[in-house]
Design a protein around this ligand. Structure first.
Ligand code: B12
Ligand code: SF4
Ligand code: SF4
Length: 352
């Protein structure tokens, strides 16, 4: 069995649902863009072919344009060193391969959206995926080093300068959909991603084809018009950004967008929920991703009374911590403010 196959088996044994490998080409790689996919350019077979582009080149170009438009809003960290963020060789010296992994977090439950309840995005129904994936990626790194002691490795789960969706698509287990998230024919929209960068020269998988076709359901479903064009999200309009990232003192949710948040108090799944590829999504068996009672039916009145300490202990293991107490309370207050006005039967009112 090849080293690449063994590493993929080790990853699956650690509980990763999806795994694939990309080779890190330098900027001279001969590829072209088809939909959201990079493929080898047919003319690369000919001797006088001019190199077109590589994945780091494409990622750098996309990221730079996104930043130029200011779509990152207050997320200043993403604007630091865009060239490094787009190129694994600038993150790990001598990096030749990226081993991308995905974990299914889908729970086959419906949120309880009765009036008075808020709504929390699915990825935050259980424990924080960062810790769940990172611990296993470190085990994978240890296994790789025991199989190939000369290997240098570095692993991330949304924790480092790596553009995870692009590498996952290149590794073949899903494509970047028009909502800009990775979609898999097997797991739909419900994978969280991580990766190990390594100096090992592993066998790459075939990149995944873009299967969106003429569908635009996710773009139409977005309540704030944040998907400004296919594959491009203006974070400043995205409810996920507004309810999670915009939490520093003085950060206000713009008045024109606030009413559109409805009952959403942490993140948003609207563009993911409508994707036809979710029909085949299978529930995750991962205990850490099973929903808590609060995450399915968050009682707004009860949450509004939560002090800083209760917030910290209730959401100790949850991604909701990221919104901070003040940001989360602002979201809860907004949702309470936008609750539908309760219907009062005048005949009942006079009977008191
Ligand atoms: C910043 C960020 C956000 C921001 C900005 C979102 C965004 N689309 O960029 C905000 C806060 C809004 C956000 C929201 C969410 N996020 Co987020 N986020 C990230 C983060 C940290 C960086 C993403 C990034 O680089 N953005 C910068 C821009 C330039 O890149 P991009 O939009 O991704 O665009 C790329 C592609 O679309 C592609 N592309 C665009 N147009 C085209 C056109 C062509 C022709 C081609 C070829 C390519 C292409 O090129 C771009 C560069 O890669 C990643 C983790 C990571 N380190 O990668 C997680 C990540 C993307 N988020 C994740 C999740 C789960 C979410 C939410 C679903 C959470 C929620 N339920 O509320 C939402 C989804 C909103 C949405 N529709 O995107 C997951 C996605 C998993 C998956 N299956 O794809 C990630 C990968 C974290 C993880 N480790 O699992 N997120
Ligand atoms: S997460 Fe919500 S607000 Fe953000 S792009 Fe998707 S539908 Fe729009
Ligand atoms: S909803 Fe349609 S356009 Fe959007 S990601 Fe899914 S298949 Fe692609």
């Amino acid at each position: 069995m090849s080293l690449s196959t063994t590493i993929k088996e080790e990853a699956r044994a650690l509980g990763f649902d999806a795994v694939g490998i990309s080779r890190v080409e330098d900027d001279g790689a001969r590829c072209e863009v088809q939909g959201s996919r990079l493929t080898e350019h047919p003319e690369s077979q000919t001797s006088n072919f001019e190199p077109r582009t590589s994945l780091p080149w494409l990622l750098r170009t996309r990221l730079s344009e996104w930043l130029r438009r200011g779509y990152h809003g207050t997320m200043g960290w993403i604007a630091r060193e865009p060239a490094r963020r787009a190129d694994p060789q600038a993150v790990l010296n001598g990096c030749l391969s990226v081993i991308s992994v995905g974990m299914n977090y889908y729970a086959d439950r419906r949120p309880d959206e009765r009036p008075g309840n808020g709504r929390i995005a699915r990825y935050a129904w259980g424990e924080d995926y960062h810790g769940v994936l990172q611990a296993r990626l470190e085990q994978l790194e240890n296994r790789i080093k025991s199989l190939a002691p000369e290997a240098a490795t570095r692993s991330y789960v949304d924790t480092g300068p790596v553009m995870e969706k692009g590498w996952a698509q290149q590794a073949g287990f899903g494509w970047i959909g028009k909502h800009s998230n990775l979609v898999s024919t097997r797991y739909g929209s419900w994978l969280v991603l991580g990766e190990v960068l390594t100096t090992l020269d592993l066998e790459p998988d075939e990149p995944a084809a873009d299967l969106c076709g003429s569908c635009t359901l996710c773009i139409k479903a977005c309540p704030t018009g944040a998907i400004t064009e296919p594959y491009v999200v203006d974070a400043r309009r995205c409810i996920s950004y507004l309810t999670i990232e915009l939490h520093k003192p003085g950060d206000e949710i713009p008045a024109d967008l606030a009413p559109k948040l409805g009952n959403r108090i942490f993140g948003c799944d609207d563009c993911l929920d409508v994707c036809p590829y979710n029909v085949n999504a299978t529930p995750s068996a991962e205990p850490a991703f099973q929903p808590t009672a609060t995450s399915l039916a968050p009682d707004l009145e009860q949450l509004a009374g939560m002090d800083d300490r209760t917030f910290a202990s209730t959401f100790r293991k949850s991604p909701i911590r990221r919104a901070k107490h003040a940001g989360f309370m602002r979201n809860v207050r907004l949702a309470l403010h936008h609750l539908p006005v309760p219907f009062t039967d005048p005949s009942v009112a006079t009977k008191t």
